[in-house]
Design a protein. Structure first.
Lengths: 332, 304, 339
């Protein structure tokens, strides 16, 4: 274990989180909009408040949220809160905290993400590897081509299309929601099946929307690795095609893809969120959508920060795993 | 130790019967079908937009211009939406606006990438370390979410096509910077730069005469990639409802459709038209990007 | 399993070896189909080699020496195609085997040793794995112990510590990597070994070590060795025979002594006379002109545009390979009567 390296990577992680937090802190404050004021303006329109009362309420809220203190002090408190994962209160569902809302929504998002990312990574990379391998039979290699066409269809649009064809036209699968209306969650098989039916379309949308990218990048990698001397020599040695494919080709092409996964995490997570919003699943996506629509800024910022931190941590984890796979990177 | 040396390189004069540049390009297109298809689709889209702009009435792309909620027909080939927009007009204007965003943001992102990447690699030292570290730190940050924050903080009236482009560029320049930087670094090491320096060519001369021409394929690929990313990002922002809401951007149309529960109400044509439009745009850009990648990296080129 | 029993045909019957060559290449033709036209990379190349003999193959870049090696291993990839000829190793024509047969023949009958200093070893698996998988792909029944013994024998034969078995490629020096490649090449005791520029990327001292290793290995196995290279001095020191290639054609094959004292083909003569000797220091003679593009070869003899002895016949008629007394091969019209 190289402590210097670990320290370096951890400090990088901290820097990323700090940078994101700072950006999220300062940008909204650069604009003249005041979330609380706007909130109350809305309320004032619907209810009947006397003007003086509104100002008092706003001042009160400002104090509650700490918005009346000098900027630097706010910043300091803010950073301190971040470390404790305290993102403040939701404007929408006060007195629920943002952290509460996130923890409720997280399991849905996490489950969807995990399954779809693993599936599309494995399927996409295998297809890509095979499609670039000259010895593979023609028909196997041609399977990859339609997947490549899918790269032009981001998960969101894929979701719309799937909704249209399968949900609307064919009425095979539900149009949204986590489970059917009127069903009470319980631990039965029927409920599990109902859950699955509702996850199928969004899951498919995510998988089909991202698998193309893996196929493409793996194919490119495959073409490069194919030309490498050691693959050539493997053939000169008279190894069977299967062995060359597995030990010389696949093992070397997958390595950069793992790095690619780390880099793509941002896109993967954001696509998942948006698709969730589209299908109305009770995950972070829908929460974010609602927060945007109702100008619930603390929730918006909280979710953004949380996701950034999660991605940064995941990237660090992947970086730690990498030396286990590639002996060239292991430290002496 | 003695060696055989030829007095001149082995490849001889092929200039005599060299087929023309255009023929070679067309032959190459035949092999690189991806690039060919991408270019064809792009051409089709450009024609659609240009002819569209000349024939339709742009006012019909905005609400309250025509009858509402009509399915596709001869009069309204793409149907109309809840707000009374002629979707065909909306598509044409939306495509044009998407193109504007794409080109502005793409061009800006590429420019920043080239300048920063080049400076970083050419001058090295602490400039290089700083730029590189900043890029590395910013890369893991999920771009879309920050863009959500920015767009969400703006006054809704301030969000226009141009501001969309700027928001999109904000966190997109790191990719090209690192790519260009890597390329310039390899070139710096290579012999032809040292030779030029020894021959007395000035620094500026080296930059323009030796390095830039070799960078062109990468710059082109980076530009297409940036346009793709810009179109993608602006689309996502619009779908979330953070775009310039009045404008018929394709993402906006889908957002509005979702808001009004288009599928539940049976107005299927409303989100479908912009979806297909988006697919075509992204597909063509992706294919062209792939094709350019192949061009820039000769090893990837298939030779038969 | 006793390694001594898995010997190649030649060593089992020395008399037969002397009588018939272990390697016979007959009219090998390779063409590359490119966008700019068809390139004839190998034009009816024929030669023989006996067991235990070392033949050096020289020629400029593009002359076809590497293509010849690939063609013999049947590793020519599109847009190239083998369009004719036979490659007899022992009693088998490699060109007549099906894909699976050829795969088995590689490494066991004919072995190719690449430039090890380059990227020829898998960077993510250990050296040992790369030796074991070669064995397993050919001999399915060997016990773990037998496989181990074989690897240890191979590593020791190239003067490498058996500990290398557990190392990764990036932990080895250029010379060590080259020797690992040689070790892999001899694992199955092939009848023919082709070494492709084994010393080109190495320093002088390591070069000598590698050449000595190849010698030693060949003595033990009695294989026929073809060494592709462009270092004439090295050829003179170590080879039995030298073959010269030009523009995809074999222009001369002679013993080392003959080649360096009395080269017959005008191209060989130009090559030899361009080498610096102790007498003519400071004066170097090159060969005027350029080697032709394989896409548009000159009519008749490929060398005629640069040949001081060119005649009308050279311009119009492709020279056939003349067999001179003593077994020498020369593809030049000058010697048409002598054969």
């Amino acid at each position: 274990m190289n402590f210097k390296l670990i320290a370096k990577r951890l400090s990088f992680l901290v820097l990323v989180i700090w940078a994101a937090s700072t950006i999220v802190f300062f940008i909204p404050r650069l604009s003249p909009r005041n979330a609380i004021r706007e909130r109350f303006a809305e309320l004032a329109r619907s209810g009947g408040f006397a003007p003086g009362d509104i100002e008092k309420l706003i001042a009160n809220m400002n104090e509650q949220f700490g918005l009346d203190k000098p900027l630097l002090e706010q910043y300091w408190n803010y950073l301190g809160n971040i470390v404790r994962m305290d993102f403040g209160y939701s404007l929408n569902r006060y007195p629920a905290t943002v952290t509460d809302i996130i923890s409720q929504a997280l399991p849905w998002t996490f489950g969807l993400l995990l399954v779809t990312t693993i599936l599309s990574f494995i399927i996409g990379n295998l297809l890509g590897a095979v499609s670039a391998w000259p010895k593979a039979p023609r028909w196997v290699r041609s399977i990859a081509t339609p997947f490549v066409l899918l790269t032009g269809v981001p998960p969101v649009i894929m979701g719309v299309l799937l909704l249209f064809f399968i949900g609307f036209r064919l009425k095979l699968l539900p149009l949204g929601g986590a489970y059917s209306i009127g069903v009470v969650p319980n631990w039965s098989w029927e409920f599990a099946l109902d859950l699955l039916r509702h996850q199928l379309l969004p899951g498919l949308a995510l998988i089909l929307g991202s698998v193309g990218g893996w196929v493409l990048s793996m194919r490119g990698m495959g073409v490069t690795i194919q030309g490498e001397d050691y693959v050539n020599f493997a053939e000169h040695k008279g190894l069977t095609g299967g062995r060359i494919f597995r030990d010389y080709y696949l093992r070397n092409t997958l390595l950069p893809q793992v790095t690619g996964l780390a880099l793509a995490l941002g896109t993967v997570v954001t696509s998942a969120i948006i698709v969730e919003g589209l299908f109305g699943l009770p995950g972070l996506g829908t929460v974010l959508n609602n927060a945007i629509r109702s100008n619930d800024f603390p929730t918006i910022y909280g979710i953004v920060l949380f996701i950034t931190i999660a991605i940064a941590v995941l990237m660090a984890v992947l970086e730690f795993i990498y030396p286990l796979l590639d002996p060239r990177v292991r430290n002496q | 130790m003695s060696t055989i040396t030829a007095t001149a390189p082995a490849t001889a004069d092929v200039s005599m019967e060299q087929p023309s540049g255009l023929t070679l390009f067309l032959r190459y297109l035949r092999r690189n079908k991806g690039l060919a298809v991408g270019l064809i689709i792009l051409l089709g889209l450009i024609l659609f937009t240009v002819i569209g702009l000349m024939t339709i009435n742009p006012k019909h792309a905005y609400p309250l211009s025509v009858a509402t909620k009509k399915p596709p027909s001869l009069q309204y080939p793409f149907g109309t939406d809840f707000f009374g927009r002629n979707l065909l007009a909306a598509m044409v204007v939306g495509m044009w606006q998407t193109a504007v965003i794409g080109v502005i943001a793409g061009g800006l992102g590429t420019l920043i990438g080239v300048v920063l990447g080049f400076t970083s690699a050419y001058f090295g030292g602490w400039i290089d370390s700083t730029i590189r570290t900043i890029c590395q730190i910013l890369t893991p940050i999920p771009v879309l979410l920050i863009q959500v924050v920015v767009a969400g903080s703006l006054d809704k009236r301030d969000v226009t096509i141009v501001t969309m482009a700027l928001i999109v560029v904000m966190l997109a320049w790191m990719g090209p910077t690192l790519v260009i930087r890597a390329q310039v670094l390899t070139m710096k090491e290579r012999q032809f730069v040292s030779v030029a320096k020894l021959s007395g060519v000035s620094d500026i001369g080296i930059i323009f005469k030796e390095i830039l021409p070799n960078l062109l394929p990468f710059i082109a690929a980076a530009f297409v990639g940036q346009v793709f990313a810009a179109v993608f990002a602006s689309f996502y922002l619009a779908v979330l409802g953070l775009g310039p809401l009045r404008e018929p951007l394709l993402g906006n149309i889908i957002w509005a459709a979702q808001l009004q529960g288009a599928f539940f109400n049976g107005w299927w044509w409303w989100p479908i038209a912009p979806s297909i439009g988006m697919i075509l745009i992204l597909a063509s850009l992706a294919l062209i990007n792939m094709g350019l990648d192949e061009l820039a990296n000769p090893r990837v080129r298939k030779t038969e | 399993m006793n390694l001594a029993t898995t010997e190649n045909a030649a060593s089992r019957n020395p008399a037969a070896a002397a009588a018939s060559p272990i390697l016979r290449v007959e009219d090998l033709v390779v063409t590359y189909y490119t966008d700019l036209g068809r390139a004839r990379a190998l034009d009816n190349v024929s030669f023989t080699l006996e067991a235990g003999m070392k033949m050096g193959m020289v020629g400029e870049s593009g002359s076809g020496k590497s293509t010849l090696a690939l063609a013999m291993m049947r590793m020519i990839k599109p847009p190239g195609r083998i369009e004719g000829g036979h490659v007899w190793v022992g009693g088998t024509d490699l060109q007549s085997l099906n894909d699976e047969g050829m795969r088995k023949a590689r490494l066991s009958k004919i072995a190719y040793i690449p430039q090890g200093a380059m990227n020829s070893l898998n960077p993510v698996t250990r050296i040992g794995e790369q030796m074991v998988d070669a064995i397993k792909s050919h001999l399915s029944g060997e016990s773990r112990q037998a496989i181990n013994d074989r690897c240890v024998w191979a590593l020791k034969s190239v003067d490498l510590d058996p500990g290398v078995f557990h190392m990764y490629a990036h932990e080895l020096s250029g010379g060590m990597k080259q020797r690992v490649c040689i070790a892999i090449g001899i694992l199955l005791r092939p009848e023919v070994i082709i070494a492709d520029e084994p010393t080109s990327a190495l320093d002088v001292v390591t070069q000598r070590q590698v050449m000595e290793t190849i010698d030693k290995v060949q003595d033990e196995l009695n294989s026929a060795v073809i060494l592709i290279g462009h270092d004439m001095g090295l050829m003179a020191q170590t080879m039995d025979r030298v073959a010269v290639m030009y523009a995809g054609r074999l222009v001369e094959v002679a013993t080392v002594r003959e080649m360096f004292t009395d080269p017959k083909h005008p191209y060989s003569q130009a090559l030899i006379s361009s080498l610096p000797t102790l007498d003519n220091r400071g004066q170097f003679k090159g060969i005027p002109g350029l080697a032709p593009s394989l896409l548009r070869l000159p009519s008749g003899c490929a060398f005629h545009p640069r040949c001081p002895l060119a005649s009308d016949r050279s311009r119009s008629e492709k020279p056939k390979v003349n067999v001179l007394p003593g077994g020498r091969l020369v593809a030049c019209h000058i010697y048409d009567q002598e054969s």
